[in-house]
Design a protein around this ligand. Structure first.
Ligand code: C2E
Ligand code: MG
Ligand code: MG
Length: 387
């Protein structure tokens, strides 16, 4: 299955769901914008917009028969199922600038996403408050990047004998008034505004400094450090050079650095991403697929990526003992990883039962509260001494 053929099919269905003078555009990744013109007065416009949205949703829900990937058997068509999240905003009073309209539609879309699969949401005044909050957050985040108000936390990764084999670097924002702010609150905004570029660079720099420091002590020299990398960073034309420059001036051992990517990244120019991964791999840098199973990975893409590791997403780990579907997915990821020659790590491991289930099915690396929460650098080094 190729993402391009999926995107094309989605675009065709969108086009087929609207009138000739309406507009469809792809914003990037898996996001599309539809503009419906000449709706009636505002009350009817709501109904009309909703009707079209439901139609789109229905169309996007139909199975997709996708072409085989290049080089694969021509008869290998895939049937694929997709859900969508739709945010709607009306612009009958033409006074609202385009950027603001897009922000409103985006906010409504995120509300739809949060509501679960196949939801649609209209932008409303509560969301307006959220938009205002976001504007404040953006202002603060810009300042935070300039003043480097960030701190890295480290979450241990352990093997079957509970020995620490590595850590994941997780950024926190030391907000002057709010205290420590979780990345869940600001990474998305940082990505949207491009602030992820300086922030990501800061993270990489500090992660590599830690790696360099560990590399000189025999009892910490084996530790790998995973660093989350956003699509936007990887898309930088000089991403490879930037990473190599940070490695060189910090003195970090490149083979202990592991970059965590997410599946959605492959929606944009997979060839370019693969080439960059290859270029870094030559220097020993490793790659892990974060949140595996939640995105769009297909086997044909997966086998072409120079990955070292799959990371079973915590949403599957959480219910691995109670939900047969999640257990099946976790087992499948382990089997898939092994057959592709990759290591597999589970994240979000909170109980001994989850850990044992994973071990019984061949997953021997874990990260989660069962072992440790993400902690400060000092906290992590103390943890190493204790274990
Ligand atoms: P992620 O990379 O999937 O990181 C795992 C998240 O799960 C972390 O949340 C971690 O604290 C949390 N977690 C770990 N163990 C457990 C557990 O046992 N139970 C539960 N319920 N949660 C657990 P955190 O630190 O809030 O980070 C959230 C996300 O923010 C990360 O998800 C990652 O996507 C993003 N992020 C964090 N740091 C960076 C960064 O430096 N750059 C980029 N681009 N993204 C980052
Ligand atoms: Mg991660
Ligand atoms: Mg993850």
């Amino acid at each position: 299955m190729s993402f391009i053929s999926l995107l094309r099919e989605v675009a065709a269905r969108l086009e087929a769901s609207i009138r000739e003078f309406d507009t469809v555009a792809r914003l990037g990744g898996d996001e599309f914008v539809v503009i419906l013109q000449d709706l009636d007065d505002s009350e009817n416009a709501v109904i009309q917009a909703e009707r079209v949205a439901l139609k789109i949703q229905f169309q996007l829900n139909q199975p997709y028969l996708l072409d085989p990937a290049p080089g694969e058997n021509e008869l290998n068509h895939y049937s694929h199922h997709c859900t969508s999240s739709i945010g709607i905003t009306l612009f009958h009073d033409q006074s609202v600038p385009v950027e603001e309209l897009m922000r409103r539609a985006d906010t409504a879309m995120y509300q739809a996403k949060a509501a679960g699969r196949d939801a649609l949401r209209f932008f409303d005044p509560d969301m307006q408050a959220a938009v205002a909050m976001r504007a404040l957050l953006e202002r603060d985040l810009r300042k935070a990047v300039v003043d480097a108000q960030f701190v890295l936390h480290f979450q241990p990764q352990v093997d079957a004998s509970s020995s620490v084999i590595g850590a994941e670097a997780l950024v926190r924002w030391q907000h002057p008034e709010r205290g420590l702010v979780s990345p869940a609150e600001f990474i998305h905004l940082a990505e949207e505004t491009g602030l992820i570029l300086p922030l990501g660079h800061w993270v990489l720099e500090h992660a590599c400094r830690a790696l360099a420091a560990w590399s000189i002590w025999p009892n910490t020299a084996h530790i790998t450090l995973a660093v989350n990398v956003s699509a936007r960073q990887l898309r930088l034309p000089n991403f490879v050079d930037q990473v190599l420059a940070v490695i060189a001036h910090t003195g970090a051992p490149p083979d202990k650095l592991k970059l965590e990517l997410t599946e959605s990244l492959l929606l944009d120019n997979a060839e370019d991403i693969i080439a960059k991964m290859m270029a870094l791999k030559v220097h020993g840098v490793g790659f892990s697929m974060d949140d595996f199973g939640t995105g769009y990975s297909s086997l044909s893409y997966l086998k072409r990526l120079p990955l070292d590791q799959l990371k079973i997403d915590q949403s599957f780990v959480r219910h691995v003992l109670s939900e047969p579907n999640d257990a099946a997915i976790a087992k499948t990821v382990v089997a898939l990883g092994h057959s592709l020659g990759l290591t597999v790590i589970a994240e979000g491991v909170e109980t001994q039962g989850q850990r044992d289930f994973l071990a019984n099915h061949g997953c021997y690396a874990y990260q989660g509260y069962l072992f440790s929460r993400p902690v400060s650098l000092e906290g992590f080094e103390a943890f190493l001494k204790r274990t």
